[in-house]
Design a protein around this ligand. Structure first.
Ligand code: NAD
Ligand code: WQD
Length: 340
């Protein structure tokens, strides 16, 4: 099986590559490197002992995509390429709609033209907005998003549903990730955010490493057990294995588009994550409770039943493993891939 992996040089993409290669699938990475470096792919090659085919290009470039699809006969596409910073999307909405929505449109055009109609897409739990009920199952309404990033994911899901309807034999799985964290247990690949991280786990990692002074905990007055925000943190290796399960499902599922939550089903608070990280790194973390972050919701965690029943996938790794692996990556690569 040969699979095109757009955005394959990024955080989640590199972990997917390792699992794909392990399963005997041949990936071809297509990435414009706007948020990644070639070193990440060199690390994947070290882990897997295999060369990784790479083409530098943009998903919005129709000529480059046509050349790519003519050079390879892909059985499926794992579409991870996209911009993902919520705050930046509020400041630069058109960049997000162009990159994420128009980019996906161009990709679908190229796939249709070349008769490649099997797709797994990186969606996000952010499409549910503030959930109506917990845990969140796939039947809950989507679209009440609170920022352009989230809206771009929602619009793409709509576009994929329409494309799947209109395209004979098209098979599409939208994976709605909850909160991916952690790193490969080798310590060779992990999340390498540019600048000050927006997300909790990379921020915590950098406080533990002494790169940032203090974590701000955004609110302790939510209606949750300890008052801090609750999320469904998911080990990135589990997430990568979910992609493998989805790729396999493409070969047996009925034509059309289906969405699947990828989460553990367990809600954990900010303070629970901080405590677990302290145990993993063997030091206490400097933090201070501050005001709520605008746009945040109290709690968000998955109902993972559909993933288990339909994909045959469930998360295996718990919070201690997520923190230990994140800390191994952080402490052995204090400046990420730039250390090399
Ligand atoms: P990432 O930034 O590490 O990886 C995205 C990759 O896409 C990068 O390597 C980047 O260079 C590439 N890229 C971006 N725009 C491109 C374009 N126009 N053409 C070609 N390549 C392009 O992010 P990630 O965390 O690995 O996320 C992967 C996907 O998963 C994204 O679509 C993201 O929205 C989605 N997602 C991520 C999270 C998360 O918390 N990390 C949660 C839910 C969904
Ligand atoms: C988690 C919890 C914060 C930072 C975002 C996107 C979502 C998805 C994943 C891509 C919350 C608290 C955070 C900090 C804190 N990405 N926090 N101090 O907000 O659930 O989701 O990333 O699709 O679209 O919105 O993740 O890691 O930012 O926050 O207290 O410095 O940690 O308030 O409760 P979030 P997060």
């Amino acid at each position: 099986m040969k699979v095109l992996v757009t955005g394959g040089a990024g955080y989640i993409g590199t972990h997917c590559l390792v699992e794909l290669i392990k399963a005997g699938i041949t990936p071809v990475v297509y990435d414009n490197l706007c948020n990644a470096s070639l070193e990440s792919l060199a690390r994947v090659e070290r882990i897997s002992g295999q060369a990784v085919a790479f083409v530098q290009g943009d998903i919005r470039d129709p000529d480059a995509l046509t050349a790519l699809f003519k050079a390879h006969r892909f059985d499926a596409v794992l579409h991870l390429a996209g911009l993902k910073a919520v705050g930046e999307s509020v400041a630069k909405p058109l960049e997000y709609y162009d990159n994420n929505v128009v980019g996906t449109l161009r990709l679908l055009e190229a796939m249709t033209a070349q008769g490649c109609v099997n797709l797994v897409f990186s969606s996000s739990a952010t499409v549910y907005g503030d959930p109506q009920a917990l845990p969140i199952d796939e039947e809950q309404p989507i679209g009440a998003t609170t920022n352009p990033y989230g809206t771009s994911k929602y619009q793409i899901e709509r576009m994929l549903a329409d494309w799947a309807c209109a395209t004979p034999d098209a098979r599409v799985i939208a994976l709605r990730y909850f909160n991916p964290v952690g790193a490969h247990p080798s310590g060779l690949i992990g999340e390498d955010p540019k600048g000050i991280p927006n997300n909790l786990m990379p921020y915590v990692q950098q406080v533990a490493a002494g790169k940032l002074q203090r974590l701000s905990v955004y609110g302790d007055d939510y209606d949750t057990a300890d008052g801090t925000g609750v999320r469904d943190y998911l080990h990135v290796v589990d997430l990568a294995q979910g992609h493998l399960a989805a790729l396999r499902k493409l070969t047996t599922m009925a034509a059309g588009k289906t969405a699947v939550n990828l989460g553990t089903g367990i809600g954990l608070s900010v303070l629970q994550l901080v405590r677990a990280f302290e145990a993993a790194c063997g030091a206490s973390l400097n933090y201070q409770v501050v005001a709520r972050r605008p746009g945040d919701i109290a709690a968000c965690y998955a109902d993972p039943a559909h993933a288990q029943e339909w994909l045959g996938w469930r998360a295996q790794l718990g919070l201690p493993q997520m923190c230990e692996d994140a800390w191994r990556w952080q402490s052995s690569n204090p400046s990420g891939y730039a250390d090399t």
